[in-house]
Design a protein. Sequence first.
Length: 294
Amino acid sequence: MSEAEKKESGESKEAANPAGGVADYLATPKKKQKSYVIMATGGNVSEQDVSAIAKYIQSLGKQYMLARPKTPEDLARQISRQIHLMILDDSFASRDRLLKLVRFMKEKKAGDGLPVLFLTREASAMTAAYRQELFAHQENDDYLDMKGIGSVELLARVKQSLEFRNRRRSRRFKVSVPVTFQFLGEDRWRQGKLVDVSLHGALLASSENDLTFNLKSQIRLQVPVSEFFDPSEGEIFRLSGTVRRISITGASAGLSFEHVTERQMTLLTTFVTELAAKYATSHEINNAIVTAPE
């Protein structure tokens, strides 16, 4: 067969199977998305310590990539990446601006947890500002007071944060909030209450003695929020959830919130923060940590 004939034959085969290229592409394993450590530093961390942290992360090989944004705008652009940990010096930008930016990023990447290790030399001011802006996210974050901390201690804390990130996506707070709920596919609305709540789920107890929850049931929630939100947001906050665990009696269910929009996450953050502040006065918050449903 001549070269021309071979070429013609090849073209004929390709024409006969136009989807071949697409099929080959779909059959090729997708590359795993790189996981990043974001480190944004200012005057709280010496160049020597920054270099030591960078060398340690780079020594882990292809496990993590290191990104070092130089401005708040650069930091905001990191949101498109898969972030394993953010190491943020609170002198990188004004504290207020930095915390608002972190909250924005956390709300955008709500499903990932987005843990942060803050480095500060003003621990009291830092934690007070954090409580105002990021209280609902505290289970996933930590801080290190750089006063009197040496290079060895700093590097050890970074290693610890890398190893134990995302122990829980968000902290749960014990509350008592009346709600109405509905099983997907039913017309009936039932009475119940939220026993604890977080940014990613809640423990729902039914007010009906004969009701038994079932795993993987889908539930619609209506939560009264007039005391927490501006009237323009309405009096009812609607959420959807899936039952991930049930109590031994079947009368209460651990829900994970599903299909949460950006707007809902913003409202949910406000709701959880306000609830936490409300129940802290009765020391409820001291016993707040409950295993989140997976």
